[in-house]
Design a protein around this ligand. Structure first.
Ligand SMILES: Cc1cc2nc3c(=O)[nH]c(=O)nc-3n(C[C@H](O)[C@H](O)[C@H](O)COP(=O)(O)O)c2cc1C
Length: 325
């Protein structure tokens, strides 16, 4: 099973989902280091991109060791999307991903994200303008449709392919479902049958069996993992090993996890500076410790840590005690 996006061949058919507030450079690099086929930036608003806002420039920072890496853009004006794509290509993006899946009100009301699934004509103009603006491959991520009555992902996928899109990812929910219900992996098969470019299935993959079932039910070429990687940056690689030849890779030992967390926290501090870095690290450290002994107390103390030194000391104390017990 190989996924090829234009000239780019992924080393494994497993992709880390774009997630605002999660898939920043420190997390992407970590997951990449552990093993994954492709990482994607957080969603970047194309308007903010062309204004070069400080926050946006931070969000599109990338490092050589995470390539191939896709930058995801959202927007509803073809010319602005085209310009934002061009800028990102100039800044080293190897793939541009278009977001037509975001259900968040702020984005949908700006008529971007999944709202575009309701206007196929405008969606096509955006895709076409973006594809024309760059020489790197353009990919598309969307949901199954707006609601149960309009699951038009297969038709929109076909339109996107005709416009030159080189890979399509489907999160098997409608916009109106938000994150409720279950991702409809079987529906993704209709998209797979509608196009020739690779189709990636997404939604609710949190175990190896989920990944296998998604591929079986959808016929997709690969799987995208979002929330299943929270606190488990090694999970995409475990999925890839299992899909390849049923290899069961163990979770890292607690002392290995301790080191992974320490490195991750250091990188967040470096990337954001201490004040913001500590705030962002809290949520990741909380996810890492989920399900471990006395993790609730640990999370309470981590959430109160307001400087790097205190946070690092708490992490060391907790994981040393865990490894000793
Ligand atoms: C916190 C969070 C942020 C997200 N941000 C984005 C985003 O920026 N762009 C996007 O296309 N999807 C975004 N998504 C959707 C995910 O990429 C993915 O489609 C969804 O979570 C379903 O996959 P999962 O069940 O594996 O998490 C986000 C999801 C979450 C939970």
């Amino acid at each position: 099973m190989t996924v090829t996006i234009g000239p780019i061949k992924l080393c494994m058919p497993v992709i880390l989902a774009p997630m605002s507030g999660v898939t920043d450079m420190p997390f992407r690099r970590l997951v990449k280091r552990m093993g994954v086929g492709l990482v994607i930036s957080e969603m970047i608003a194309s308007q903010a991109m062309i204004r070069h806002t400080r926050q946006t420039m931070k969000m599109i920072e990338k490092s050589a060791d995470e390539q191939p890496m896709a930058v995801q853009l959202a927007g509803c004006e073809p010319e602005v999307m085209a310009e934002a794509a061009r800028l990102n290509q100039d800044l080293g993006a190897q793939i541009i991903d278009i977001n037509m899946g975001c259900p968040v009100k702020k984005v949908v009301n700006g008529y971007a994200g999944s709202a575009l699934m309701r206007d196929e004509l405008l969606a096509a103009r955006i895709i076409e303008a973006t594809v024309k603006a760059v020489s790197v491959p353009v990919t598309l991520k969307m949901r199954t449709g707006w609601d149960d009555h309009t699951r038009n992902a297969p038709r929109l996928a076909k339109i996107a392919e005709e416009c030159g899109v080189q890979m399509i990812t489907i999160h098997g929910r409608t916009r109106c479902q938000l994150y409720n219900g279950k991702s409809d992996w079987a529906f993704i098969r209709q998209v797979k049958q509608a196009v020739h470019v690779p189709v990636i299935g997404n939604g609710d993959v949190v175990t190896l069996a989920d990944a296998e079932a998604l591929l079986e039910q959808s016929g997709a070429d690969g799987v995208m993992i979002g929330r299943g990687s929270y606190g488990r940056p090694w999970f995409p690689n475990q999925v890839a090993a299992y899909l390849s030849d049923k290899t069961l890779l163990p979770d890292p030992s607690l002392s290995e996890q301790h080191q992974i967390i320490k490195d991750h926290v250091e990188e967040m501090l470096r990337h954001y500076g201490e004040e913001t870095g500590v705030k962002i690290a809290r949520k990741h450290v909380g996810w890492y410790s989920k399900g471990l002994n006395k993790s609730t107390d640990f999370r309470v103390s981590i959430n109160q840590a307001d400087n790097a030194q205190a946070m690092k000391a708490l992490i060391d104390e907790y994981y040393v005690a865990l490894s000793d017990s």
